[in-house]
Write a protein that binds this ligand. Sequence first.
Ligand code: SAM
Length: 217
Amino acid sequence: MSDRIKKAYKESSGIYDDALTQSSLFGKLYIKLFWDGMDVRGMTDKVLANIPADFSGKLLDVPCGTAVFTYEKWKSLKNTDITCVDYSPSMLAQAEKRMEGEPHIHCKQGDVGNLPMADETFDLVQTMNGLHVFPDKPKALRELYRVLKPGGLFIGSLYVKGESRKTDLIAKTLLEHEGWLTRPFWTKEQWQSYLERHYHDVKVGTVASMAYFSCRK
Ligand SMILES: C[S@@+](CC[C@H](N)C(=O)[O-])C[C@H]1O[C@@H](n2cnc3c(N)ncnc32)[C@H](O)[C@@H]1O
């Protein structure tokens, strides 16, 4: 992980939840001005809706961040063995606190580009709001594919360019400069085409400048 991204998520870990859940004035303004007032929780719920309430098996969540959007769902999946990975110790510490006392959830610090798991380990791999951040995207995509079992579900969300000129401008200037996002960015069509080359049952939708997706290996 680049030092720039590490530093950015260390510095923003204290305000990340407020910003993304819009529970502060700063959060409301950040989402309204930069992301066209996108319903972030509505978008993340669309990703999580791919996982049935009685899901069981092995699940990987990378990057888990602070787990602000996932902790309730992960806690409810008692028959699922869940591994949450994030590179940033300060983001991960908040996820660990949220999942405390849940024996089926394990939090690990790690790099998505170099996952310490065997091939075809997981029944489900989720990558929510990470692919527009990861510095080495080909490596991340290879690893996410490698650790998923054949027939396993791959779900997540990412920023896509081409949906809003304002968000695109802010993404490639301010947000990239601050280390919150890393180019290259893809359009929805480019992302869908990548998925269709490697997975099947591909479904991609958008909410403002975010694409959410599901597919099977
Ligand atoms: C925008 S946050 C998303 C977190 C969470 N999935 C969510 O939706 O709230 C991006 C996260 O990616 C993590 N990250 C960046 N590069 C990474 C890498 N190479 N490996 C693992 N995590 C990484 C950051 O530390 C940060 O927590």
